[in-house]
Write a protein that binds this ligand. Structure first.
Ligand code: PLP
Length: 379
């Protein structure tokens, strides 16, 4: 089945006459049970109740994984996946270009638990190999990268990890399974902040971990005792959001391409960052790895930080807000959000000068988005 059919029907049993076409929301934490057996013990914190079960099966099919687990946030997903993979004394090697919350989890919390953590520049293939240790258990990366939209190559990392029995873990939030399915490239574990594209409507917080059955059982065990299970209503909304994933993301791909192309011709804009533009440093890699270039892009105005601040205040269709991947178009400056903890020099070094503006392109009409940018530039 195609990705859209899977997103709508994957894993479900055919509705029989009298059943709702929309699956019922079962907003209950506990369930009546047979006496004298622990079989059929359902409880929301175990991630095995009807709405969680349905959406998990569907997500596993979409990613091409044996199993998937939905958690209460993207951070909960990464945290429980790492708890399942790493013990004190183990070593985690991570791309240095990762989500700020993940960076904090690795640097402060995992380190505090006696796990060794090191970061490498993901664009230096030799740095990964050099950084490996006898106790390395996990290689972690995020691609496409927030907010620079860099796209990382995977094949050499895949062979490196598997030659040494190391788990290769990818945070694939920016791509969604419509544009990229890391498991087709030998990745062992895929993580998503389902808050973003998978749900796509700015109204729930959720995360997903995909992997093989025994591993997902272990993540579920961690979720059960650390307590990051999602509420049934969040699972129900996530299932509803998934049904339009394919059409939303395809529209976002198209819109972002049009906005990025338009921006790249404007004299007021010094740079437009989008993997779909031939000028993007990873355009060739993106063309081979991705089925679509995504809805995330960035611009740098010629006037730098002060011009950007004036510009964003004039936008009428775009909302200035954190988060991404939903139907509404958003802009935000990483220096005041995800990269606020760094000095201007540190940001400059990783390609985020003051005035760098991240844009999450929604599903509005592209011409309205372009007109909005144009009128704000003119003002
Ligand atoms: C938002 C985000 C996260 C964290 O997800 P939450 O759902 O906010 O906990 C992790 N990774 C990436 C790439 C993200 O964009």
């Amino acid at each position: 089945m195609g990705i859209s059919t899977t997103a709508i029907h994957g894993g479900e049993t055919r509705p029989t006459p009298g059943m709702g076409v929309s699956a019922p929301l079962v907003q209950s934490v506990n369930y009546a049970q047979e006496a004298g057996t622990s079989e059929g013990l359902l409880y929301t914190r175990y991630g095995n109740t009807p709405n969680a079960d349905r959406v998990q099966k569907r997500l596993a099919l979409l990613e091409g994984a044996e199993a998937a687990l939905v958690l209460s946030s993207g951070m909960g997903a990464t945290a429980c996946a790492m708890l399942a993979l790493l013990r004190p004394g183990d070593h985690l090697i991570s791309s240095s270009w990762i989500y700020g919350g993940t960076r904090k989890l690795f640097m402060e919390d995992l380190t505090g638990m006696g796990i060794e953590v090191s970061f490498v520049n993901p664009l230096e293939p030799r740095a990964w190999r050099k950084g490996l240790k006898k106790n390395t258990r996990v290689i972690f990366l995020e691609s496409p990268v927030n907010p620079t939209c860099r796209v990382l190559e995977l094949s050499s990392l895949q062979s490196l990890a598997h030659a040494q029995g190391i788990a290769l873990v990818v945070d694939s939030t920016f791509a969604s399974p419509v544009n990229f399915r890391p498991m087709e490239h030998g990745v062992d574990v895929v993580i998503h902040s389902a808050t973003k594209y998978l749900n796509g409507h700015h109204d729930i917080l959720a995360g997903v971990v995909c992997g093989n059955e025994p591993f997902i059982d272990e993540v579920r065990r961690k979720m059960t005792v650390w307590g990051q299970a999602p509420d049934p209503f969040a699972c129900w909304l996530l299932e509803r959001g998934l049904k339009t994933l394919d059409v939303r993301v395809k529209r976002q791909n198209e819109n972002a391409m049009r906005v990025a192309q338009w921006c790249s011709t404007r004299p007021e804009i010094a740079k437009a960052h989008y993997p779909g533009l031939p000028t993007h440093p990873d355009h060739a890699i993106a063309k081979t790895l991705l089925d679509g270039f995504g809805g995330m892009m960035a611009i740098e105005l010629k006037g730098g930080g002060p011009a950007t601040l004036k510009f964003v205040k004039k936008l009428q269709v775009f909302t200035y807000a954190a988060s991404l991947g939903g139907v509404d178009s958003l802009v935000i400056e990483p220096r005041y959000s995800s990269h606020e903890h760094m000095t201007p020099e540190e940001r400059q070094r990783i390609g985020i000068p003051d005035g760098f503006l991240r844009m999450s392109i929604g599903i509005e009409n592209a011409e309205d988005l372009i007109a909005d940018i144009e009128q704000a530039l003119q003002q």
